[in-house]
Design a protein around this ligand. Structure first.
Ligand code: 5GP
Length: 177
């Protein structure tokens, strides 16, 4: 794929890491009332691979959010486009995200969900860009840390393209110029 400058994580590397995260989640959530909340659309590939590596009962639900900001920069104010179907009161929520960048989106989302009185809220993210963080928020389960580059594939898009790629790669400058 000529729009990809370099592959950061192959499908095999991702699969191996997802298996490890699934094993850890299985251990941590034994006997709990686990609700996995996938954030559309970026997290769907990670979500669908991850649930199949978790061996303890869970419920799946989804939210779609969009930033109020017009620019590419996260504003920290998110609009809920699709809310959860189920109540999370007294339940153990695990948010499944594609990537934590500034952290503003997740911080806001956690605040919204916290007000619904769950037993616990944690975050599983495939990727993390710690250099860009603006709030104090670390994913509880993390696939890979990456530098400040724009990545696509394995669910992540640029203008709704490249989500289907089986790997995570750095988008070549000519693809967005
Ligand atoms: P935050 O509020 O943490 O800055 O924004 C996180 C969101 O920004 C992610 O869920 C994702 O939609 C988007 N994002 C941040 N960095 C990247 C990136 O490198 N590639 C893609 N495709 N999306 C990104």
């Amino acid at each position: 794929m000529e729009d990809i400058q370099r592959v950061l994580f192959t499908d095999e590397e991702i699969a191996r890491r997802v298996k490890e995260i699934g094993r850890q989640i299985t251990k941590d959530y034994q006997g709990k009332d686990l609700v996995l909340v996938g954030i559309l659309k970026g997290a769907i590939i990670f979500f669908s691979d991850l649930v199949r590596q978790i061996d303890t009962p869970l419920h799946m639900d989804f939210m779609a959010v969009s930033s109020y900001s017009e620019s590419h920069e996260s504003s920290g104010v998110v609009r809920i486009l699709k809310d959860l179907d189920v109540s999370i009161e007294g339940r153990d929520v695990l948010i499944v995200e594609d990537i934590v960048d500034t952290g503003l989106t997740l911080a806001y989302l956690k605040e919204i969900l916290q007000s619904r009185k769950p037993m616990s809220i944690r975050v599983a993210s495939l990727l993390d860009k710690p250099e860009r963080r603006q709030v104090n928020l670390q994913p509880d389960y993390l696939g890979f840390s990456i530098p400040d580059v724009f990545v696509v594939g394995y669910g992540l898009d640029f203008a709704e393209q490249y989500r289907y790629l089986p790997y995570v790669g750095v988008l070549a400058p000519q693809a967005y110029e």
